[in-house]
Design a protein. Sequence first.
Length: 354
Amino acid sequence: MYRKFLSCSSLLIMLALLMTGAIGCTTKADQKTAASTEPAAERYFIFDTIVSLRVYDERMTPRHFDEVRALLERIDQRMNRQLAGSEIDQVNQAAGKSEVSVSEETFKVVQTAIDYAAASGGHFEPTVGPLVDLWGIGGEHPAVPKEDELAAAMQRMNYKDVILNPASNAIRLEKEGMSLDLGAIAKGYAADVIADYLQQQDFRSAIIDLGGNILAMGSKPDGSPWNIGIQDPEKDRGQSLGTLQAVNKTIVTSGVYERFFEAEGTVYHHILSPFTGYPVDNDLLSVTIVTDTSMDADAMSTSVFSLGLTEGRQFVESRDDADAIFVTTDHQIYLTSGLADTFKLTNDNYQLAE
């Protein structure tokens, strides 16, 4: 699973934290929040990627960081399809045979994945596991599959063949050889879980970064918005094409540049089309989703990238809670309506489209 869970969405978003020198404090009832311009920070290696957490509060302790680690490990142990004995692995092993009851949170993530599959007309495909394994992009030996291999893998992919039983949190895959892969949604869910935990502990200002999936929790300690740099998809990590102001928002990107390989002069990226079996080819370099919930942003970024500029833009504009940044191969940047006042272009190699 984590060939996609870890970077599905190809999540190269650069965080530019432009902190001021002020120290802000807020009051809730009679409790004082010790906001700080210097974060308490921790990094974890999990989901096969670096997870970075910065909390701008003097009350953040090693115990809190340990509890966050435990949350991440719990999600990994339940939703990693490549981890033998995980809940998703058990579901996949029982494909075509029987249903498997899972935890409430795993069932919730799978249900949301199926909802996005239906809403996107199948462009989001949570049963993409056989195709991901066949290409092996991100692994040690990626290769272009043979046509008969692609056809066989695609026969085992169809979100409509995932049967959900809410009464028992049970999941059944109708065909033998099917494989659920939550790579395009589970990392976003993990970011939401961390944010919920921090809010329960009354922390208000934090940056959660799961391998490029950014959740900007609250605002800076001085009350101003966070400034998030959006990665230039044709440059090395850390070089941006613009900045985005964010307060209580999550920012997730899918792009062609994070994981790929080259064979006989052709570059193959990791965002695979469930309709052709090949990497999506639609003149997009990247799509960045901005919304309130990271699980939604994660699933939406993959869905919208596959849909392409026109249909993807319509998909995002149809929602009240989301916006998007589209970057095309001709260096045009298209914004949905809600980002006109929050996105700033900083790179002369690109231009905002009308």
